[in-house]
Design a protein around this ligand. Structure first.
Ligand code: ATP
Ligand code: MG
Length: 420
């Protein structure tokens, strides 16, 4: 096989141990948080009938326009790799009557797994990436949207991500958006000659998407556009005010942002995105909102719903730079030739069994203690446990702290206190 073929595909990446330390931490925090919020997990297949996404996401969206991984299987059936979680979860909960069975059942679900989009690979943008998502079904009250925000904020706080900003907007109902689309068109009428082809096409097909355009000229032109929130129906306006009031009461900080319109058609009313400016241009780390009409589009049931999805690779990028203490890595090291291999093995095992939540790595028994210490440091250990023959006789070990480079002698029985 040529070296060229021995590479992963463009936009697909291996996660290696260094990254996985952080990914495991993210996953642990996610699991703790979903448990605290009483959410139930659903795992759907990676391949689905493409129709599910065509019917829900919207034909002018980036995903449907250019990012779908669609194949014909051996039976010539058209299948796709899922580009996102929401539509697949909705398919699943409808198929198994989890949210509707002679009436609406209020349910809260979460999912985690790989998604696939044929995008131009770049930093923060991959063809296979991972999302953690939460979906609420049957909840109409704005407090459920705020609860979604609390869930995301709590995950970010636990991960010590404190420089992300929650941007929010309301995109109202379908007729509010049609009206606002007309407003954008007439507002830009006298500037159409100055717009490039892409912007003109967007203006024609889905004018609201111009609001999140990265084109500086478009941004400049639209900076004086009347705001969407001031052009909502009475009902949507009321919902949005209610939502903002609750955020204020709970002292949840946010930024009102008229450019948050979301690329997927199924959203209505409240929409939100968390952005983190240290990421550069791919700065959205979580997105979500209300999608009260999606279920109706698949199966004619009126059912309020809302959800969020966090992009795991972008979170990884942030916390990798933060030196979060990922784990306590300890290396039982025996120095001194008269400690037997048997002792080395049994002490290591004893320490492991007494501290099941800690991670211990043993180096070579017969390597010199200085090379073992060097190796432990190279692997980013924060502590080494050194067991030499003299201390061992006294039932003691030496704890070497790599953070402040100190050493102390402690009784093996007291290890517990130090490992906490
Ligand atoms: P973007 O504006 O970056 O294209 P999007 O609106 O397409 O994002 P969503 O469908 O809302 O993204 O997905 C939710 C989150 O998933 C995004 O905020 C981002 O963190 C992550 N995400 C989306 N596409 C990718 C990708 N190709 N690679 C890595 N992460 C992604
Ligand atoms: Mg996208």
């Amino acid at each position: 096989m040529s070296n060229q073929k021995l590479k992963s595909l463009r936009g697909f990446q291996d996660f290696l141990p260094d990254d996985l330390k952080y990914i495991t931490l993210i996953e642990k925090i996610i699991k703790d948080t979903v448990h605290q919020n009483g959410l139930s997990e659903i795992r759907t297949p990676i391949v689905e009938n493409a129709e599910i996404f065509f019917k829900t996401i919207g034909e002018t969206s980036d995903i449907i326009n250019k990012e779908m991984y669609i194949f014909n299987d051996k039976n010539q059936e058209s299948i796709c790799l899922r580009p996102e979680g929401t539509a697949a979860i909705v398919r699943s909960v409808l198929q198994h009557n989890l949210i509707y069975d002679r009436g609406i059942k209020k349910r809260k679900f979460w999912y985690y797994g790989p998604m696939f989009r044929y995008e131009r690979p770049q930093k923060g943008r991959y063809r296979q990436f991972h999302q953690f998502g939460v979906e609420f079904f049957g909840f109409n009250d704005m407090s459920s949207d705020v609860e979604l925000i609390q869930i995301v904020n709590s995950i970010f706080t636990k991960l010590q991500i404190n420089n992300s900003v929650l941007h929010i907007n309301s995109i109202g109902n379908a007729s509010d958006r049609i009206k606002y689309g007309h407003l954008i068109k007439s507002f830009l009428e006298k500037y159409t000659k100055s717009l490039d082809e892409t912007s003109l096409r967007t203006l024609e097909r889905n004018p609201l998407r111009l609001l999140d355009s990265k084109d500086l000229h478009v941004k400049e032109l639209l900076s004086s556009l009347p705001l969407l929130k001031d052009n909502l129906s009475h009902e949507s306006q009321k919902k949005f005010n209610d939502f903002l009031e609750l955020l204020d009461e709970l002292k949840i900080s946010y930024l009102y942002d008229n450019t948050i319109v979301r690329g997927l058609d199924y959203y209505n009313d409240t929409v939100f995105e968390w952005k983190c400016d240290e990421l550069g241009s791919q700065d959205a780390i979580c997105a979500g909102g209300r999608y009260d009409n999606l279920i109706n589009s698949l199966n004619k049931i009126e059912m309020p719903a809302s959800g969020i999805a966090i992009g795991i690779e972008r979170i990884l990028e942030i916390i990798k730079n933060k030196q979060i203490q990922v784990d306590v890595w300890c290396y039982p090291i025996i120095s001194g030739a008269d400690t037997s291999r048997k002792e080395f093995m049994s002490i290591s095992q004893e320490i492991r069994s007494k501290h099941p939540s800690k991670s211990f790595f043993t180096t070579d028994y017969d390597a010199s203690s200085s090379s073992q210490l060097k190796y432990a440091k190279k692997l980013n250990a924060n502590t080494a446990i050194i067991i030499d023959s003299s201390s061992h006789k006294e039932n003691e070990v030496i704890m070497k702290d790599f953070v402040d480079n100190s050493e102390k002698i402690i009784k093996i029985n007291n290890l517990d206190d130090f490992l906490k």
